[in-house]
Design a protein around this ligand. Sequence first.
Ligand SMILES: [Zn+2]
Length: 55
Amino acid sequence: MDGTDPQKPGDEAPPGTPGSGENLCRRCGGSGKIGAETCPDCSGTGKVTTGVGGG
Ligand SMILES: [Zn+2]
């Protein structure tokens, strides 16, 4: 089981969770960085896994 993304602090659901999907990280706006720092929420990927259908 390699090649899977580790869960990131900004993720709301574990990878592979039914009903979840990747979305742009709201903290960094998808850039993966906040200023010169790597975004802690998405670990620099610019994307986080969030549940779908929730508020
Ligand atoms: Zn981010």
